[in-house]
Design a protein around this ligand. Sequence first.
Ligand SMILES: [Zn+2]
Length: 484
Amino acid sequence: MGLDQAGDTRLIKVGRGLLSGCGDLLREALFADEDQPAKADERPSAAPSASARPAPAAAACPASARQASVRQSPSHQRRRCLVVADERTWQAAGAAVYRSLRRAGVELAQPLVFPGQPTLYAAYEQAVAVRERLRREGALGVAVGSGTLNDLTKLASGELGQPYAVVATAASMDGYAGFGAPMTVDGVKTTLPCPAPRAVVFDLDVAAGAPSAMAASGYGDLSAKIPGGADWLLADAAGVEPLHPLAWRLVQSGVRDALANPSALAAGDADAFSGLASGLLASGLAMQAYQGTRPASGAEHYFSHLWELDHLGQDAEPLSHGFKVAIGTLAMCAFYEAFLARDLARLDIDDAVARWPSWPEVEADIRARLDGPLADKAVRETREKYVDADGLRARLRRLAQAWPELSGRLRDQLVPARQLQRSLAQAGAPAHPEDIGLTTDDVKATFPKAMYFRSRYTVLDVAREAGWFDELVDEVFAPGGLWT
Ligand SMILES: [Zn+2]
């Protein structure tokens, strides 16, 4: 699964009935360095289901063990862990993980179990609380949960410079194996840098027993890899951001299969979770291999981020990442259909260059659509991908030349928006803007903002550079469209 290319993660185990034996896996992954001090930098083979190596007796190699003791903190030597859960995940898996770790000979601190209600938020103060518990206990963290519990433990461990592991409780998002933790700091949502987990254990029975909305959310997040991948194909063809073959393969090779049976996921069929879980984990590994998020996201994610900044769904029960991404994904698939109905090879490049706005005009447009710090950020981000008239001419020529082959690759990559809409609905994910409390006009108004939001080059940029942007957006929302 690409573990040999992943910077941080050494063990990924996906399967049924894993909880009772996960203690051994976690112990070996978390404490392998001191078990095998001479081989501390060696990676295990790439097999996704490979167990960690057997642990030799530490006393067999006293000299190396002494060296290791210089490098390792006391927690490593004492093989002590702190299980971090909330009341729900403790019940679903945490207690079993705790027992399994104890059977595996791991010394355990009193578990840190957050209340199940109200829903735990990824706020920096919470990560500090986890960090200080870990420090006091001299323990390595084992997160038992999905998004927030993983993010808190990931950041807390990263700040202490120590590894951690996560036992997944839901197939809800692709952040398990990724680095960085989305976190609210002083009321502002940001992503703080920190390493990915050393080990991920994903028990399909636990995921299948989670509330069905969680798998629906993961399904939405995974569906984003379809238009997101198409965006990368375009950026590659435009000479803006070349494909990374391994990261591409990791994410894209299993996506179709993983999305093939949405009804079985909604029905809680544990075997059907295998593809979804593997796909979500592979996205994280691809981000590690690429050292960036491009393999896992394109413009569809910017719709979600913008709506989140607008505080959409931040009521009692927050709207999941995957649910917002699902609507962004449908919007982008519909946009691609309008885009592919045109022939870029026959674009009048002179005309497009003549109509290309100057940078001050672009900046004025950004500031007319976005406010405050968000506008400032969008200006900086858009400036990075803005080219002058000569640059535009070169880029459009390159794309026009590539178009006969490129358009075929894009068609192979994409799925019809209506088909994806049906699949999302079958999975229990949103399929209409109203499902997440938006109108079609809201989605329409998000298109230009999503284009300006980040420096990442997507089909929205290509459309704008070709002079088609407004027309294509109008076509998505014309009568007879996906939502109209
Ligand atoms: Zn995502």
